[in-house]
Design a protein around this ligand. Sequence first.
Ligand SMILES: [Zn+2]
Ligand SMILES: [Zn+2]
Length: 394
Amino acid sequence: MSVARAAVMVAPGNVEVREFPLSKVPSGGVLLRMNLSGICGTDKHTFRGESKQYAGTDHERDVTYPLICGHENVGVVVETSEDVFASDGRPLRPGDRVVPGANVACGHCYFCLNDYPYYLCANLDDYGNSLHCGIAPYLLGGWAEYMYVLPGTPIFRVPDEVPDEVAVMTEVMAVTHGIEVAQAVLGMFGANRFAHSVAVLGVGPLGLCHLAKAEMLGAAKLIATDLFDSRLALAERFGASVTMNAGRTTLEERVALARDATDGLGPQIVVDCSGKPETFVEALRMVRPGGVVVEAGTFVDMGPVSVNPNIDFCTRNVSVIGIGGETAAAYEPSLQLMAANIDRLPFREIVTHRVPLSQAQTGVEIAMQPSSMQVAVDPWSDAAWSSPLVTKTT
Ligand SMILES: [Zn+2]
Ligand SMILES: [Zn+2]
């Protein structure tokens, strides 16, 4: 092997396959042979040219094209430059199946040195986003046959019982740490720390993972909203007992239904995962007084909404938790939780489509369709590619 193929987003709306040289593994780094790489909501924004990321932070930036996307990754270690350790403290060896963290923090800024989530790092780099293919060693996104993992990246060993199509969801699952924070906040105000009612607005992959996390952590009642019935049907299989199609109901009706399902009080935790800013307002209206809203779906600046500080936050004692991404510490427990529940919850069905590198653009387009849930790039499947459109895995 001396070159590797990758799907490159050369400009908004245009993905093509290009070849890149394989070079020496950087000191402290790892070369992975990619098994699967997710097409994330962020990648869909990048494809549409909505490229302003981390707005309002020190590392606000515009995505640079051309770009090898793919930060939700699972692959197998081919080579390490020296001893590189997985998060379990054991050295990585060729053949180990791993999920690399999506971000690389600097380790020396205020946020790194004071134990903030690593996505607050003032010098954050992230695979398939800031780490574009103009930077050596070029293969720094997962939509590729091989990918380099840079020194300082946390790396997580995948339990044997977790198949690739579930392991590829680890980063998304790790974003759900807002559920634990919300439970802790409720506890700080004196409410129960478990058995909460939880509503998730928008049950695409991120919302579904929040629903699954709440279920696994013992939620008593799960409520889901979405525009698409197929997503709501999967949400039911993850434990949602109340589902509402946001295209056929008004905000007032959804708030009323959520209250009806929770003894007239409203859910204690409402997670906004729609990717659209206006559902934040719905979350504030729906949540129980004294409850917690988790804003986890708007990672790209989609504009402001109007809120009322008096009613929405103060007199109703509503806490709002902003979640800017996954924490490094949330990967390992996410893998363990998915492994423990792999036969009980339909994790294998979240990835609905796999596309080869040559069809990555089709994959992004499919990911924007209501019929899909999570689409993943399967970089070694071009040779076996037969369908004129796509391989549907479920
Ligand atoms: Zn993502
Ligand atoms: Zn830092």
